[in-house]
Design a protein around this ligand. Structure first.
Ligand code: ADP
Ligand code: MG
Length: 319
């Protein structure tokens, strides 16, 4: 047996119930549900660019799938299958064990099956393709925001970015705060269930991977609308408020930091009650942070309704 084959056998072959043919043949065969449309996305993580070389392998495995499921969540799709293209500098069994455990933990959490992949030698790179399903016309697209919509975000923002700044020793955080930030950075939770429940309630949606302002900017651009965001309504974890709201670096993390993997979505104001109920049902904070406007601009407003110039936050690009 070649080492590569051995590795696939050992770490990436588990019984599959959602594939007609999974790992082991030249290609996988998948039973696509009749009448549904296939929704697919791919994301690549490169060592020292998307994760640190000493990052815990379990976390890297979890996150490599989670960031892809976040894309499906933002479409409102039901995740079903994944492909894993793994480039490894060497065969390190300890790392592979941790990585595959993290990957499969995320997969079973969200009902996804690993049905194939590719394994090659080179600088550590993890590329995951996910496939999900959605009924025709149900997807939450970036181009569907309407003037007058409320703008919502799930969870808390800025945690992962703050955690990275702490790891890089740009800031110091007390233990409790650091723990929250590290969890957000290493183990993001894709908002799959939220995406599914928003299908008939939200207009547009996106997952926040590059920071709230940049990703909301994509909705505005594609929908040809503007927005007003109330800075006081942007959700910062109570334990982190001092750091996120207290200084420009924290504000950067909150608004432009990225790696949040929360959903930002727009919906008619009359749907607010139902959306709040979904938040309660899922035990997930949902915050209304502003409105879609006709202006074509993204304005950030303070508590006195004054426009904040976010150039001073080190942010000058959102289009
Ligand atoms: P081929 O040379 O035909 O592409 P491979 O040796 O690359 O075959 O792969 C053999 C089987 O193992 C295929 O079913 C492939 O999908 C699967 N596979 C390879 N690498 C991985 C991986 N990292 N994770 C999951 N499945 C994998
Ligand atoms: Mg191959």
């Amino acid at each position: 047996m070649t080492p590569e084959f051995n590795l696939i056998q050992q770490y990436f072959t588990r019984n599959s119930t959602q594939a007609i043919l999974g790992v082991g043949d030249d290609a996988a065969i998948l039973p696509v549900t009749q009448g549904m449309q296939l929704v697919t996305a791919v994301d690549t993580m490169v060592v020292n660019r998307h994760f640190l070389s000493d990052a815990d392998a379990y976390g890297v495995g979890w996150k490599s799938l989670a960031v892809n499921l976040s894309d499906l969540a933002a479409m409102g799709a039901t995740p079903r299958w994944a492909l894993l293209a793994l480039t490894l500098p060497e065969i390190n069994d300890g790392w592979l064990r941790g990585f595959s455990e993290g990957f499969y933990a995320c997969a079973s959490n969200f009902g996804v099956e690993l049905v194939g992949g590719d394994t090659t030698k080179g600088a550590l790179t993890i590329s995951v393709t996910v496939m999900g399903e959605i009924a025709p016309q149900q997807a939450l697209r970036r181009d569907a925001a309407k003037i007058g919509d409320d703008i919502w975000v799930s969870g808390w923002l800025g945690e992962a970015a703050l955690g990275l700044r702490a790891i890089q020793k740009e800031i110091t955080l007390p233990a409790e705060a650091l723990k929250i930030c590290r969890a957000a950075l290493d183990r993001p939770i894709p908002r799959v269930e939220l995406g599914l429940r928003l299908r008939n309630l939200a207009h547009a949606a996106i997952d926040i991977s590059d920071g709230l302002l940049a990703d909301l900017g994509h909705i505005l651009e594609r929908s040809v609308v503007g927005a007003e965001i109330l800075i006081d309504h942007v959700p910062a974890h109570p334990v982190l408020q001092h750091f996120l709201l207290g200084d420009p670096l924290g504000m950067q993390c909150l608004l432009t930091g990225g790696d949040d993997y929360e959903l930002c979505f727009t919906a008619l104001p009359e749907n607010a009650g139902q959306i709040q109920m979904i938040g309660e049902l899922l035990d997930l904070k949902l915050s209304r942070i502003g409105k879609i406007t006709a202006s074509g601009e993204l304005l950030l407003l303070d508590a006195q309704n004054q426009v904040i110039n976010f150039q001073h936050l080190g942010y000058d690009h959102f289009a």
